[in-house]
Design a protein around this ligand. Structure first.
Ligand SMILES: Cc1cc2nc3c(=O)[nH]c(=O)nc-3n(C[C@H](O)[C@H](O)[C@H](O)COP(=O)(O)O)c2cc1C
Length: 393
């Protein structure tokens, strides 16, 4: 059975062709999609394309009814979970704002009983026009959800705001809409990726952390309603709403954590932080004839321990990547660093990989999570954090 039922409203704009790809993605991911097009939309792309992709007749007219009582403009939204208008033309925004109902799509929007999300797509000057902006702010007040618009090169050659979100982004936004917002109102501070401690101006001590787990947790937390600040050393595939602060070494990661910690409810330390750094960083690039020199190392600051032992009431989650005695070492770390939860994983089963086999440990229990993709594991970790927090830790 399809997971969620969506009415996809397509209006008249160049980006209408992207709605075909969106339909394909939605159907492929088990959404039940009913496409409704405006007359102008049919000038840009044929209804047949959507019919083939959605497996359903595309509805285009108020006067050609497919319900027994002839009231499909009212009946339609009763059976659906969400209306998505993509692309939403400037004209359609105006109609929606003022409650016009002069075609099937606008009528069913007015008669809707489900939420509505719109993905605007128009020329920069149409978008920034005062009339459109007035409509947007009224629609936001009315509880209409906005997906985008994005900024970038437009079909007309202008560059700026007004582009429809990329299809993948739009699909993610629709999917996220259905994820329960269990972290609504919560602020999560996270670290992710490996650090690098410079030896000279070009070389450094680092590790194989890919940042995949941190990315998965940050994106999942954001989709669950959290406001996320991520202090990261690598990657770029973070959800747009995440506040990402890029750092490279332990000192800068530490300083950013200290700067933000008091303002957050949860701290999740996923970063593989270097335990050592060269006692002295050399200037320039070491020459080959330096071969044979020994590198003097000293310990770095233990960020997690500092946060754990602080008086801060923040919910503290650490990661333990071990090569042996996994559970024992993680339990020791949980205690000495005064954490609420620790996620343990064997380096050889997780570092740099897409999958991980993790154990989630608190002071009483060990939950073993079967090997899974990090995106799935991230969700399990966050649900466990939410469960602990609702129990008052
Ligand atoms: C070639 C062409 C491209 C257009 N592209 C857009 C667009 O990207 N966004 C938009 O808001 N209107 C665009 N329009 C104008 C709309 O198609 C027009 O306002 C139409 O009345 C919208 O009807 P609808 O809202 O019922 O679909 C375009 C018009 C033409 C002729």
């Amino acid at each position: 059975m399809a997971s969620h039922k969506i009415i996809l409203g397509v209006t008249g704009g160049i980006a209408a062709y992207k709605a075909a790809e969106l339909t394909r993605l939605l159907v492929k991911n088990d959404f039940d999609v009913q496409v409704v097009m405006t007359e102008s939309a049919s000038q840009f792309i044929a209804p047949l394309t959507f019919q083939a992709l959605s497996g359903k007749e595309v509805l285009t007219s108020l006067w050609k009814n497919n319900t027994s009582n002839g009231m499909s403009h009212i009946e339609l939204s009763r059976n659906y979970d969400l209306i998505v208008i993509a692309p939403a033309s400037a004209n359609f925004l105006a109609k929606l704002t003022h409650g016009f109902a002069d075609d099937l799509l606008s009528s069913l929007c007015l008669a809707r009983t489900c939420p509505i999300a719109i993905a605007p797509a128009m020329n920069l000057h149409m978008w920034t026009n005062q009339a459109t902006q007035r409509n947007v702010s009224q629609l936001q007040k009315d509880g209409v959800i906005f997906f985008g618009p994005d900024s970038g090169e437009q079909a007309c050659g202008d560059i700026g705001l007004g582009r429809m979100l990329d299809t993948e982004e739009l699909f993610k936004s629709i999917k996220n809409h259905f994820i329960p917002k269990i972290f609504k109102g919560k602020k999560i501070l996270m670290t992710s990726g490996g650090t690098i401690e410079m030896i000279d101006d070009v070389r450094g001590i680092t590790n194989l952390s890919s940042g995949k787990m941190g990315t998965a947790i940050a994106n999942a937390a954001e989709s669950m309603g959290a406001s996320v600040t991520l202090i990261a050393s690598n990657r770029k595939d973070y959800s747009k709403n995440i506040n990402v602060i890029y750092v490279s070494d332990v000192r800068s990661m530490h300083d950013e954590v200290v700067k933000h910690i008091n303002d957050h409810d949860i701290f999740i330390s996923v970063a593989a932080v270097s335990d050592f750094k060269p006692k002295e960083k050399l200037n320039g690039k070491l020459k080959k004839d330096f071969i044979g020199i020994s590198l003097q190392l000293e310990p770095t600051i233990d960020i997690l321990k500092e946060v754990g032992l602080s008086k801060n009431k923040i919910f503290k989650v650490g990661f333990a990547a071990e090569s042996e005695n996994l559970i024992e070492n993680a339990q020791k770390k949980l205690k000495t660093k005064n954490l609420d939860l620790i996620v343990a994983n064997l380096i050889q089963e997780s570092m740099g990989l897409d999958d991980a086999k993790i154990s989630i440990i608190d002071k009483n229990n060990v939950i073993d999570v079967p090997k899974s993709n990090k995106i799935v594991a991230a969700k399990v970790i966050l649900e466990e954090i939410a469960r602990h927090m609702s129990m008052g830790k």
